[in-house]
Design a protein around this ligand. Structure first.
Ligand code: COI
Length: 361
């Protein structure tokens, strides 16, 4: 595989300092984008080429571009954090790069070398580092690497041309309530992914498939939908865009990877962080009936959602057809908050990075 270097073509007119500061004061999630983006092309027979850092701009696409019709698209999400000394570091970019390769394989797309993925993210963060929010708050710079099929044509086949891009967006809390517990609707009608499908790939189609159930969750007054497995419709899998953890006193359990669950980087990191803090941490199987029963009998003490965007968000109210209950009295649980703080301390550089997860720029 070739590894193109990224040619820098910075903008002559980045956003004025005052306007950027106004955005950083209240960034929300995914609403504002930095001054630049990275693009790298792939062409059959030539491989990866023409790596560039250019001003952030629309990308012109022919109406018959394959991604618009057959959704051959994959993406990632990772964050850059301001460190106490003012420098910037990203969290586990190698893990995202490897998952991006796995998603590419599943969708018949070319694999971007891990070092090129990291180089592209580094180039963008370095160029736009004024956009990385100040140390000490909840905010960070969210990076969105993605790849689309750019061949023009309507035949259904793996494309012979692709475009890889990285864009960046300053990010506050994913849920408007921040660490306030979110409410969950357990969907017993819709599934997110099926065995042998592409549930373990990070591709837009999985998120499109979640939107109807997400709308039903909203109609039930809930912020997120929780999916069950497609075969027995009983085992808890994940939420629309994040993984789940169940807290049983001193033990945390997350649904084990079945091929239809996305292997979240935050999910994986928490298995280690929890063990570092002296908790038992395991991957297992939890049915929705057990979830309800153990909440009602008090053995299941907390539940939380986790993901790069969501960080760790406590679960409050849970609803399913015919039943409704509250986790930890609707308040953020102690274990949830402890794990959240421990992970954020590593990411913000205020705790020892014992696992070598931080990638300084
Ligand atoms: C992330 O957490 O990075 C995701 O891609 C999930 C999405 C809901 C924003």
């Amino acid at each position: 595989m070739t590894t193109p270097t990224i040619e820098l073509k910075p903008s002559a007119s980045p956003l004025a300092d005052a306007e950027r500061a106004a955005i950083l004061a209240n960034p929300g999630f995914g609403r504002h984008f930095t001054d630049h983006m990275v693009t790298i092309k792939w062409t059959e027979g030539r491989g990866w080429h023409d790596g560039q850092l250019v001003p952030y701009a629309p990308i012109p696409l022919d109406p018959a571009t394959m991604v618009l019709h057959y959704a051959q698209e994959i993406f990632e999400g990772l964050k850059a954090y301001r460190q106490p000394d003012g420098s910037v570091a990203t969290f586990r970019p190698d893990k995202n790069a490897k998952r991006f390769q796995a998603s590419a394989r599943r969708l018949g797309m070319p694999e971007l070398p891990v070092e090129t993925f990291i180089e592209a993210c580094d180039a963008l963060v370095k160029q736009d580092q004024a956009w990385v929010p100040a140390h000490g708050g909840e905010e960070s710079l969210y990076l969105r690497p993605f790849m689309i099929a750019t061949e023009v044509g309507l035949g259904v086949k793996p494309a012979n041309e692709y475009l890889f891009l990285v864009i960046a967006s300053p990010a506050g809390a994913y849920f408007p309530g921040g660490v306030k517990p979110v409410s969950i609707w357990v969907s017993e009608d819709h599934v997110r992914a099926v065995p042998g499908g592409m549930g373990d790939a990070k591709t837009g189609g999985n998120y499109a498939a979640s939107l109807l159930a997400q709308a039903e969750a909203a109609a039930e007054g809930c912020a997120q939908v929780c999916y069950l497995d497609a075969v027995e419709r009983k085992w808890v899998e994940e939420l629309g865009g994040m993984n789940l953890y169940f807290v049983y006193g001193n033990k945390i359990v997350t649904p084990r990877l079945t091929g239809s669950i996305l292997e979240g980087v935050t999910r994986d990191s928490l298995l280690s962080v929890a063990r570092d803090l002296g908790y038992e941490a395991e991957e297992g199987r939890i049915s929705v009936d057990q979830w309800q029963r153990d909440s009602e009998n008090g053995t299941l003490t907390e539940v939380f959602a986790c993901g790069t965007a969501a960080v760790i968000t406590p679960v409050g109210t849970v609803k399913r057809t015919g039943a409704e209950w509250q986790q930890s009295g609707g308040e953020p649980g102690e274990v949830t908050l402890r794990l959240r703080q421990a992970l954020l301390d590593i990411q913000r550089g205020t705790a020892e990075d014992e696992h070598g997860w931080m990638h300084p720029l």
